[in-house]
Ligand binder design. Sequence first.
Ligand code: 5GP
Ligand code: MN
Length: 323
Amino acid sequence: MNKFTAILSQINESQDILVIGHVMPDGDDISSVTSLTLGLRQLGKNCFGSIDYTIPEYYKVFAGVSELRSYEDLCDLTPQLIIVVDSSSPDRVGRFQSMLPHHKTVVIDHHATNTLFGDTNWVDASYAATAQMVYTLNKALGVVYDSELATTNFVGIATDSGFFRFSNTDERVFKDAAELVRFGAQPYFVAATILENKRPEQMRLYCTMVSHMILEDSLVYSWLSYEDYLQNDCVEDDSTGFVGEMRSLKDIEVAILVTEFPKNEIHVSLRSKNWLDVSKIASILGGGGHARAAGCSFKGAELKNVLNEVVGLTKDFLQGGIK
Ligand code: 5GP
Ligand code: MN
């Protein structure tokens, strides 16, 4: 039996199911958790979805997002099955990590760096988005798509493909997105909600990042300290997408943004353009991700130290031509 068929039968055999995503959730994660939760509920399952982290406010217009439950609400549950989506390692699920060893766990993910921590792991890095894997699963389970579910499921495909322009944008991305549009997904509503919904404070924070920016050959990097966020009346979500803007510079191979929010909690975002597999750099530093987009996080660290370390390591890769 292949992984996909095994997951179908485990879902069919389970009534109480918990679906969880990762900390610092992005559009694909939120879309995957909500689309699967709504799909399983439609099939009559007693299913809850959760992400152990703050969800950016603007995602709450999409179906299922407001119904996501907190860790505190769900930590005493004893589900027959836990499905973890879009998460490459068990530490990515926040406090839910302690529940995993005691429950049958299915992992559905598209990160090549996945540590295969479930009892059953459907991990396929050829998918641009985990939301496409959820869509494939929902279809196979017989879930019926209306406009709301289609739009929610479309969100993950749109965001993880950079709105159909990243190198992972292939025929299947367009095919899955087109099917969802046929079911009523609203691409313009998704794009406007996610891309054209900025507060002026975010633009000011962006200016701060640009003012710190350093260019060295094909590398560009910058940072935002906790004080920078406070001074601009911003929170960590407000810098989403900034590192991609640095990658858009001419002749750049790697862009790095190191952020601190709150004090001494450091996040590193790495992006590459053509050849360098930044997930290798992130993995060395305890994180993971994809070849062209990866990250890692540190607690109790100094921003400048982390910046120096990641920049030094990236230069070794760039100068050594290490793919
Ligand atoms: P971002 O730079 O947008 O935070 O993350 C880019 C990619 O790297 C995403 O696919 C995300 O899942 C992965 N990633 C970011 N931070 C971490 C981390 O701390 N650990 C792991 N394993 N992956 C991360
Ligand atoms: Mn993803």
